[in-house]
Design a protein around this ligand. Structure first.
Ligand code: KIV
Ligand code: ZN
Length: 435
């Protein structure tokens, strides 16, 4: 069988359990308009990009990667139009990505001409597969490419004093590269750009292709943070993809292992299986009592815009956002949820303790109608709940069992989900109610 040996492991003696409890949100960077956009069938036009940008601003994202300006005129022109559009608030910084080539770097700076502040994001591939197969380069040559790029960035920034420039460097495919080599390259880039704790460099450590369990990525982040000289002059940023389905977990463990910033896309758009989903990471924090600083209180509006811009539907089971993620059809779940809501109202409890619901749907702007939906698998509690919500009719306990049999029979006959009108209809016919 084929061997997949993709990732260097931190030596056992160096491993620690993730050492930090997260009590504050990380810095967030949305790469929806770059990593996300480069992965969709029909890339966004300027109208969609502007709409997405405005949405990100409304949510509260303060760092937004807006494109890859050296890729072509469309990207370049969009970034220039955005910069001059007046839609970038003072507390939002745009970021652009560039490969480490002189003409591309200069084009990237030019695309930001007129910006108040900007992050230029330089990257080159450092891991063995890319070195050996894609570029046929030695380690020294790869390091020199990064250093040469950093020098051009420094010079370009110096010659364009009207903008407040910040620098980001990514050793691409960090998670499959030798850790000490990644540190060596980052250190060399830092020597050129001379970051300080007051003006740090952003070092973004991508799991370009997710190749190991999330704890391995976290070990790598922790090792990097512990061994990077001048660590206090760097913001450590995470950029995880989702090839193994654990992009969110990797970002979360990476934060616990010492990182400061998370890059990702709303609802996990991005290359192949996507980038880490910023909505999920943020709301996971929220459910642990940490305010993520991002506003998802009207999640359906967010979904509507994201679906329109990406032309990709958000899956019905996507954490927090999916249409079905707060819905119970089965009788026992409905019964528990109903009791949970009743207790919640009675006790006026600060804590959210409704069984089967990890978060109060109302916090995301969802109403409770969708929570209990009924089909042939539902039980008496569910039918009674729908009748009560719809008609204000509270059925006595003894009547619920009989009524439930009638509704289940109808659900079996119809072979579909029942709505409130169907249930009221069964009630009227069974008990000969006249209206
Ligand atoms: O996944 C990746 O490595 C990237 C880099 C360009 C940061 O998107
Ligand atoms: Zn990426």
């Amino acid at each position: 069988s084929r061997k997949y040996t993709a990732f260097p492991q931190v030596p056992l003696t160096e491993r620690r359990w993730p050492s930090r409890t997260i009590t504050a949100p990380p810095r967030w960077l949305s790469t929806d308009l770059r990593d996300g956009n480069q992965a969709i069938v029909d890339p966004m036009d300027a109208v969609k990009k502007n709409r997405f940008f405005d949405l990100l601003v409304e949510i509260g994202v303060k760092e937004i990667e807006v494109g890859f300006p050296s890729a072509g005129a469309t990207e370049f022109d969009f970034i220039q139009s955005l910069v001059h559009s007046g839609r970038i608030p003072d507390d939002v910084t745009v970021q652009v990505l560039t490969q480490s080539r002189e003409d591309l770097i200069r084009t990237s700076f030019a695309s930001l001409d007129g910006a108040r502040a900007a992050i230029v994001h330089l990257y080159n591939a450092v891991s063995p597969a890319w070195r050996d197969i894609v570029f046929r380069m030695s380690r020294d040559e790869v390091r020199d490419i990064a250093v040469a790029g950093a020098k051009i960035m420094r010079d370009e920034a110096g010659s364009r004093p009207a903008t407040d420039w910040h620098f980001q460097y990514s050793p691409e495919t960090f998670s499959t590269a030798e850790l000490d080599f990644s540190i060596e390259v980052c250190e060399a880039v830092m020597e050129v750009l001379a970051p300080t704790p007051e003006r740090p460099i952003i070092l973004n450590l991508p799991a370009t292709v997710e190749a190991a369990t999330a704890n391995i990525y976290a070990d790598q982040i922790e090792y990097f943070c512990r061994n990077l000289p001048n660590r206090e002059s760097a913001v450590i940023s995470l950029h995880t993809h989702n090839d193994r389905g654990t992009g969110v977990a990797a970002a979360e463990l990476g934060l616990m292992a010492g990182a400061d910033r998370v890059e990702g896309c709303l609802f996990g758009n991005g290359e192949r299986t996507g980038n880490c989903c910023l909505v999920t990471v943020a709301l996971n924090l929220y459910t642990q009592g940490v305010d993520p600083g991002l506003d998802f209180s009207d999640i359906d509006r967010v979904i509507e815009t994201v679906e329109y811009c990406n032309q990709i539907p958000v899956h019905q089971r996507h954490p927090y956002g999916g249409e079905l993620v707060f819905t119970a059809f089965s009788g026992s779940h409905q019964d528990a949820i109903k009791k949970g809501f009743e207790a919640h109202e009675r006790q006026n409890d600060e804590r959210w303790r409704v069984p089967y619901l990890p978060i109060d749907p109302a916090d995301l702007g969802r109403n409770y109608e969708a929570v209990i939906r009924v089909n042939s698998q539902s039980g008496k509690g569910g039918f009674a709940w729908v009748l009560e919500q719809d008609q204000g009719l509270k059925l006595p306990k003894k009547m619920q069992a009989d009524f439930s049999r009638q509704v289940q029979r109808m659900a079996d006959e119809m072979g579909r989900e029942l709505n409130a009108a169907d249930i009221w209809d069964v009630f009227r016919r069974t008990y000969h109610v006249q209206v």
